[in-house]
Ligand binder design. Structure first.
Ligand code: PSU
Ligand code: MN
Length: 347
């Protein structure tokens, strides 16, 4: 099984007379914590391109039932581009890699529910452990949470919309998304449209550099220096550390890095499609208002990002939703093409 690959059975309880018994008991507990779908297991075993998809965007981003439609659209985009989707999330305390359509609906219909958590690295042990104790908690996994589960299953490529980052004022509050440290320690490649400008983009890039995370932005025909994108806008005023040409370059970089003893991830930024982009200054006042409200109301910690995302959606009267959808779709297509190229290199 997958677990025996990640954590060899023979290492469990080695050298003690109750080895077999306690080993078996642990194994069944572990099987209750984590499952990889048969389709994803088979795809990984036969070298097919697999693309991980996160679920916090559904549970703490898009409202129900639009999130259901988006999830099935993203999965079909992976398939028509030659990949196998692995939507990752937590149902009844169990981490699922490769959720079925029914499981996705069950999870994302709980949007806004107190029993549906936002699962980052720090939360996985809690939701799993409480699940073993009989609590029925669900979770949308963030980029950090999704990377851990993708890596556990052996998935290398992950596509989503926006990355967490260093928040404005983060040099005092220390509000720095665990997405950044995860990229520093887990060898998964993320394709996203950069960070929303409610974050501090220059500090976010500095932090990624410190974490040893390679960051490249797709050039899309642009010559010379290219900005690291600001989610709704192609430009942020901050140059990308590296520029990459196409998916084949991206895959070669992933492959090359995997041959060195480097266990950090990679970040490939895919700017929002031109026709869907929103000029930087147009959203600035809305974003400033959302950030100020969160400050006034004292909404910090892991509630801060979802609050700001919701207020941007409300205040922009849905204008941001079209851009959001367009860029996620473009990232999933790009991510799948990177996974297809990587599968060729690994053959
Ligand atoms: N930024 C976005 N859209 C999102 C998120 C961030 O523009 O959906 C979600 C992602 O799941 C990301 C998480 O991993 O929020 C980061 O939350 P935090 O800042 O609390 O680490
Ligand atoms: Mn935070």
């Amino acid at each position: 099984t997958l677990f025996s690959r990640v954590l060899p059975r023979r290492s469990i309880g080695r050298g003690c007379s109750t080895t077999l018994l306690s080993g078996r008991r642990n194994l069944s507990a572990r099987d209750r914590l984590f499952r990889v779908s048969e389709e994803v297991q088979d795809a990984l075993a036969t070298g097919k391109p697999v693309v991980a998809l996160e679920t916090t965007i559904y549970t703490h981003g898009f409202p129900y039932p639009e999130n259901v439609a988006l999830s099935s659209h993203l999965e079909s985009l992976v398939r028509v581009n030659g990949g196998v989707p692995a939507t990752i999330g937590i149902l009844n305390g169990k981490a699922l890699v490769g959720m079925s359509p029914e499981e996705i609906i069950q999870l994302v219909s709980t949007t806004g529910d107190d029993n549906t958590w936002k699962i980052s690295r720090r939360d996985l042990g809690f939701i799993g452990g409480l699940g073993l104790r009989g609590q029925k908690l669900h979770g949308g996994t963030t980029i950090a949470g999704t990377m851990i589960l993708a890596h556990l299953a052996g998935i290398k490529i992950f596509a989503t919309g926006g990355l967490g980052g260093v928040h404005r004022g983060g040099e005092n509050s220390l509000d720095i998304s665990a997405d950044l440290t995860e990229l520093g320690r887990t060898p998964v490649t993320l394709i996203s449209s950069g960070c929303k400008s409610f974050l501090d983009i220059p500090r976010t890039l500095e932090y990624l550099e410190t974490q040893g995370v390679g960051v490249g932005t797709f050039a899309d025909g642009r010559a010379g220096s290219v900005d690291f994108p600001a989610f709704f806008s192609r430009d942020s005023g901050v140059p990308s550390p590296k520029v990459i040409l196409d998916e084949a370059d991206a895959a070669a970089i992933v492959y090359a890095q995997s041959q060195f003893p480097i266990h950090s991830g990679l970040l490939f930024a895919n700017p929002v499609p031109e026709h869907s982009s929103i000029p930087r200054d147009e959203l600035d006042s809305i974003i400033n208002q959302a950030v100020a409200e969160a400050d006034e109301k004292g909404i910090g910690g892991n509630a801060n990002t979802p609050y700001i995302l919701r207020r941007i959606r409300e205040l922009s009267d849905g204008a941001s939703v079209e851009a959001n959808r367009a860029l996620i779709c473009a990232n999933v297509i790009r991510g799948t093409k990177v996974a297809v190229e990587l599968a060729k290199l690994e053959r």
